[in-house]
Design a protein around this ligand. Structure first.
Ligand code: UDP
Length: 471
């Protein structure tokens, strides 16, 4: 077969829609960048047959972007391990998929001109394959610059701090970041004895091998963190955000949520969603239901089955009907002012709808950016991964969010939820966070214009990769 003469980028993307979505958006922005004609292949290790959401995600791929799901790796690597966290599963799955990944890259090399191999935040073990085939290795980092700084300084931190981070009485200083309390660090940092910490440390140790790191953030959001990272010089940092999906293919004809939102007053509805993986305990789910009822505000809630694990839906959804877990009579009592959608809703067109006045979010970074580009203020409810850190940034640094207080027993009570919701949608504090979020929306639009900082950053990367074609 003749070799294709267009620059091609292979993107190795780990499990979860929260990883697939931004990597696809990055591939699309390469594919459509002026007249460079990049083509891309996304290559993903898997655990199980693809879910319905994943299948429909694949159906949305534009021309020039391919997707190869590697066969589910056996989970033999989990045998003998106890208390296995999500990060451990992801990294071990990457490692056991490397041989299948190598075969795919070898095949691509035969027909395409690979100018870069990009892995996502947990995929640096796949750099071995980049080295073998002499392809420049890059990282696509879906979260923000502050979290990237933490990953890049993790080895130093590990040597400097003894004991558990969560027991430190003073905040940790990471270059370019606001002081961070140990309890707010990402999940793997919460127990250094758990394997997830070891695997994150291992993954992060390879970050310095990257020729560049592409990060989904922008200048106005994190000016100091970005500048500090760029001053490190190596690897090169490319802040190209906000990269978010566009939801243009949803309309009232094909989407119940849009139809319902069309009937609600402007800015009146709270959207409630904990991302692709977040789950509440049954008790907490009931408190949330009662809080939404008590608030007397309109809401659209993407509801999932309860779980005692905060990331309980990340590795697959339950087959049960989540509505069966709601308090007795709840659905009747909120009829007309509350819409409940089971498991998955088209979030982007929802956030883009004029009736939405706030978003109660688990603070996943994609959800956060999707809210920012629409100027929607937040209620933060972090559950797992790096979400606590994002919540601190959104409430204390950017001041675009309210945070309900967690009670002594770890529960957020219904009355606290109701007050926070009222405050956001119709209260004075809500007005202030809404105004600040609107400023961020304006900045987010500006950085993506042809002379904007994120667009220029992407242009630099594209020129660099295009220049490899003439080498
Ligand atoms: N998402 C969606 N519908 C849902 C839940 C999630 O479209 O019901 C999308 C959401 O728009 C975002 C991604 O899935 O793009 C979730 O990513 P995020 O980083 O917010 O959280 P994660 O799922 O990785 O925890």
């Amino acid at each position: 077969m003749e070799k294709q003469e267009l620059p091609h980028v292979a993107l190795f993307v780990t499990t979860g829609m929260g990883h697939w979505i931004p990597v696809l958006e990055f591939a699309k922005s390469l594919n459509s960048f002026e007249n460079h004609n990049f083509t891309c292949t996304l290559i993903a290790p898997t655990y199980a047959p693809l879910s319905k959401n994943e299948e429909s995600f694949l159906e949305s791929l534009p021309n020039g972007i391919d997707f190869i799901a590697l066969p589910p790796a056996t989970s033999d690597y989990l045998h003998g391990l106890v208390n296995v966290k999500g990060e451990t599963r992801v990294v071990l799955n990457v490692r056991s998929s490397l041989s299948a990944f190598r075969d795919v890259v070898r095949e691509l090399m035969g027909t395409k001109t690979l100018v870069a191999l990009v892995v996502d935040l947990f995929g640096t073990d796949a750099f071995d394959v980049a080295m073998e085939f002499n392809i420049p290795p890059y990282i696509f980092f879906p979260p923000n610059a502050m979290n990237l700084s933490l990953f890049l300084h993790m080895q130093e931190l590990d040597k400097k701090v003894s004991g558990q981070y969560k027991d430190l009485t003073t905040p940790i200083e990471i270059p370019g970041c606001f002081p961070i309390y140990g309890k707010d660090l990402a999940d793997p940092f919460q127990d250094r004895k758990n394997d997830s910490y070891k695997w994150l440390l291992h993954t992060a140790s390879k970050y310095k091998l990257a020729e560049g790191i592409i990060v989904n953030t922008f200048q106005d959001l994190e000016p100091v963190a970005i500048k500090t990272l760029q001053e490190l010089g190596n690897p090169q940092i490319y802040p190209i955000g906000p990269l978010t999906q566009n939801g243009l293919n949803y309309s009232s004809e094909n989407c119940e949520c849009v139809r319902w939102l069309n009937e609600q007053p402007l800015g009146s509805v709270l959207y409630v969603s904990f991302g692709s993986g977040g789950a509440l305990t049954h008790k907490q789910m009931n408190e949330l239901a009662m809080g939404l009822e008590l608030s007397n505000q309109r809401f659209l809630w993407v509801i999932k089955c309860p779980s005692n694990v905060p990331s309980g839906s990340y590795f697959g959804l339950s087959n049960q009907d989540p509505k069966a877990f709601l308090p007795n009579g709840f659905l009747d009592r909120v009829k007309g002012r509350g819409l409940l959608v089971s498991n998955w809703a088209p979030q982007v067109p929802i956030l883009n709808h004029g009736s939405i006045g706030g978003f109660l979010t688990h603070c996943g970074w994609n959800s956060t950016l999707e809210s920012m580009v629409n100027g929607i203020p937040l209620i933060v409810w972090p559950l797992y991964a790096e979400q606590r850190l994002n919540a601190v940034m959104l409430t204390q640094e950017l001041k675009v969010a309210l945070r309900p207080k967690v009670g002594e027993n770890g529960l957020v009570k219904a009355d606290v939820i109701a007050n926070t919701v009222k405050n956001l949608i119709v209260g004075e504090e809500g007005k202030q966070v809404r105004n600040r979020m609107r400023d961020i929306k304006v900045a987010a639009e500006r950085v993506l214009r042809p002379d904007g900082s994120s667009r220029k950053s992407l242009a630099n990367l594209v020129s660099l990769w295009s220049s490899k074609m003439s080498m």
